[in-house]
Design a protein around this ligand. Structure first.
Ligand code: PEP
Ligand code: MG
Length: 757
């Protein structure tokens, strides 16, 4: 049967669909009329809509031409039959002889055996498949490209109907549509804790509600002008001073520019407009098609480019709709769980702290800035949650479990209940820990221990009183640099340190000089690509090569501590000579300040971090040189065992409570005792009750940890007879024939003595 010329077809069809959408109809009736309309407009004998259910089944929801009794009965699994293949691949299928296709599956209840030609398109939203729209004809024919396009455009209208939840009413009891399906994503836990709340998309999708146009030429004009401004804004960003050179940021913008000038992209959007969509709906349609196709890519580089393309399309959408992003007063939930592909630390700080319940990242690593900041703020974080942003809508209920590295979107009621119970238990435990806040840190057999906390931002400071820490054992000064968009000036640094000291109200604060480089990237500080950044130009090495930078920081520290005690230490020291070099610079700064009549600190305590194994063979020289030593067990473990701390595949491969590492740590304590040099340990080990117990067992009497860890460690310590543990632990460490591991001993010891670990 010959097909009618369809050049005006899609526009007429969309007009009719718009009228149908506006009529007060029951959902089944509306859907029935929609398929009838499509069939008639496309001169097809059959038009059917299949909707994807949460159990992965595509159910026939409406049909014109097939047996009506099959509606809500005919089903195909994802990947099964032609319809399942379209859904799984998110690609149209255009066949002149459907039954000859290897995936064809005959559903007797539908009576479709008499139809030969078949055109099916996925119903997409934000790149996700929600269903399949099909037309069929008896005669063998290939559908033209403009017909495929028209079907895709029509499918968008149906996607909107599914997304608004209208079809819920006609969904069989006990079943759910895929869009509302509960999903659990297994990812990596970066910061402990549980959060129940509602999704806030960090970069919310613009919801296009105005789908169908009145005047195609006018819409094309709007599109062209929006693309023009988009191109200009990219050129503008590229010419800014901070991105004018090479670097990652520039690379992204170059990619944007490439996409923005891609004629294929523009052409496809114009075509969609000619088919009846508004400019914004056309952007969304092409974005969704492209995303669906690219989502299946496994190449990380290309996937990254997909993110870039997606960003660009979002920018264009914002341009067209005048949507300026999330508004805080516009219903920002008081229990927000932020979902982001990636995020900078400063962006997280822009959210109202009191309303945050968690952070879910598609990218990220334990050591990324935003994670460090989120941890400091005490909110649960999970990372590497791939694809999570496309699965969630703003306002969806969600649960984040930072302990197990899971996020549950639209969780089922029984799961919510289980988590509410978990949260109550945690709160009760927190309450018990809080009760220990003012209890002196002393072991059961009377040994005094100092418990300090780690910090790096102003948001950490209130924790000093809340946690009961005796002071700050590690203040990571690089965080101020990492969250700033420009290098903080001396005055800013001084004001910041002064503020920290004021809030510490006399409790000791150990400032660590800049530990940038390696994985701690400062965007405005350009350095060359390094093959092994952890072993590269970082921390004290960088500071000594850039004496201006270091001297500025030393000056700020000296000025901020005028009249008080300044405790400072150097990161990543490898040779004692590096400490002497910094001391010389410090001396110069002291002279400079006194020459100009500035008040100086009352006392200066100069320390070094022990993170590089080479220092283990310079322990006596080191301790002779400094006033105190602080063990950075994160790096010391990474370098001793040759395992990258940020690489989940190897970072847990060896036990930090195994013999080699505990012996290393014990040697350090022995050297400190011998030299009467105070020693602290400030890596993550200190914050876990079992490993803290091991540290006390080998002789540490001062530890510094994240504030949330203080309660559990203190509870352990109060029940610990440390002399008894020392004797047993040393026995195992000294006995090279013993098969008992230190970890086994520690676990058994805790169990036998009822120590909470
Ligand atoms: C460490 O390495 O243990 C440490 C405390 O420093 P950072 O984690 O900042 O590298
Ligand atoms: Mg370190």
């Amino acid at each position: 049967m010959p097909m009618r010329d369809l050049s005006a077809g899609p526009r007429v069809l969309l007009k009719r669909l718009r009228e149908l959408m506006a009529e007060p109809l029951e959902p089944q009736e509306r859907l029935d009329r929609i398929v009838r309309q499509i069939a008639s407009n496309m001169v097809a004998e059959v038009c059917s809509v299949y909707v994807l259910r949460s159990d992965g089944v595509l159910e026939l929801y409406a049909t014109e031409g097939l047996n009506k009794d099959a509606v809500h009965l005919a089903q195909l699994k994802m990947g099964q039959g032609l319809v399942g293949t379209i859904a799984a691949s998110a690609q149209p299928l255009n066949l002149s002889d459907a039954q000859a296709h290897p995936a064809f599956r005959y559903l007797p209840e539908t009576g479709e055996e008499i139809y030969h030609s078949f055109l099916g398109v996925p119903i997409l939203r934000a790149g996700r498949t929600l269903g399949v729209l099909v037309v069929q004809n008896k005669a063998q024919r290939n559908y033209r490209e403009d017909e495929v396009e028209a079907m895709e455009t029509t499918a968008m209208v149906i996607a909107e109907m599914i997304a608004t939840g209208e079809l819920k009413k006609i969904t069989q009891p006990g079943l759910e549509l895929d869009l509302t399906r509960a999903v659990t994503i297994e990812a990596d836990g970066y910061s402990e804790g549980i959060g129940l709340g509602h999704v806030v998309l960090h970069e919310p999708r613009v919801v296009v509600t105005n789908l169908l146009n009145e005047d195609a030429d006018k819409e094309i004009e709007r599109l062209v002008s929006a693309i023009g401004s988009l191109r200009l804004s990219i050129d503008d960003m590229l010419s800014r001073r901070e991105v004018a050179q090479e670097g990652e940021h520039r690379e992204v913008l170059e990619t944007y520019r490439m996409f923005a000038h891609d004629q294929g992209w523009v052409r496809r959007m114009e075509e969609a407009i000619r088919n009846g969509l508004t400019a914004e709906a056309a952007v969304e349609k092409v974005q969704s098609d492209t995303k669906a196709r690219m989502m299946r890519l496994t190449d990380p580089y290309l996937r990254e480019r997909m993110h870039d393309f997606d960003d660009l399309a979002n920018r264009l959408l914002r341009q067209l709709t005048g949507y300026s992003g999330r508004s805080m007063d516009d219903g920002f939930p008081n229990d927000a769980i932020i979902f982001a592909r990636a995020m900078g630390a400063a962006e997280l700080l822009d959210y109202p702290r009191a309303n945050l319940r968690g952070l879910v990242l598609e990218d990220g690593a334990v050591t990324s800035h935003v994670v460090i900041v989120a941890r400091a703020m005490g909110i649960p974080v999970i990372g590497q949650a791939s694809g999570v942003v496309a699965l969630a809508e703003n306002g969806d209920p969600a649960i984040i479990d930072g302990d197990d590295g899971q996020v549950h979107v639209r969780p089922m009621p029984d799961l919510v209940k289980a988590y509410e119970e978990k949260v109550r238990l945690r709160a009760r435990r927190q309450e018990q820990f809080r009760a220990l806040r003012d209890v002196e840190s002393r072991t059961k057999d009377g040994h005094r221990v100092t418990i300090l906390m780690n910090a790096g931002l102003m948001v950490d400071l209130p924790q000093l009183s809340e946690s009961g820490a005796e002071g700050i054992g590690l203040f990571r000064t690089e965080l101020q640099f990492m969250i700033a968009s420009n290098m903080p000036k001396m005055e800013e640094q001084e004001a910041f340190y002064r503020n920290v000291l004021r809030q510490a109200a006399g409790r000791p604060v150990t400032f660590r000089t800049l530990d940038i480089g390696g994985d701690k990237v400062v965007s405005y500080f350009r350095s060359q690509e390094e093959e092994n950044p952890a072993l590269g130009w970082r921390a004290i090495r960088l500071s000594l090569d850039k004496p201006g930078l270091l001297r500025t920081q030393l000056r700020a520290l000296l000025r901020a501590s005028a009249g008080a005690e300044l405790k400072m230490m150097l990161p990543m020291v490898t040779e004692v000579s590096e400490i002497r070099a910094v001391r010389d610079l410090m001396q110069k700064e002291v002279q400079h300040l006194s020459k100009f009549g500035h008040a100086l600190p009352r006392k200066l305590q100069f320390g070094a971090m022990l993170e590089v194994p080479a220092l283990l063979w310079q322990l006596d020289e080191l301790m002779d040189e400094v006033d105190f030593v602080s063990v950075g067990s994160n790096d010391l473990f990474q370098f001793s065992m040759a395992v990258d701390r940020g690489n989940a595949r190897v970072s847990d491969r060896f036990d930090n409570l195994g013999k080699p590492f505990l012996r290393i740590l014990r040697d350090i304590v022995r050297a400190a005792d011998r030299n009467k040099t105070p020693v602290t340990l400030c890596g993550e080990m200190a914050g876990k009750p079992l490993s803290a117990m091991a540290l006390f067992g080998i002789g540490f009497r001062s530890v510094s940890m994240s504030p949330t860890a203080i309660g559990p460690v203190k509870a352990m310590l109060l029940g610990l007879e440390v002399e008894k543990l020392s004797a047993e632990l040393n026995r195992v460490l000294d006995d090279h024939k013993s098969t008992e591991t230190p970890r086994e001993l520690l676990v058994n010891f805790a169990a036998a003595h009822n120590i909470p670990v």
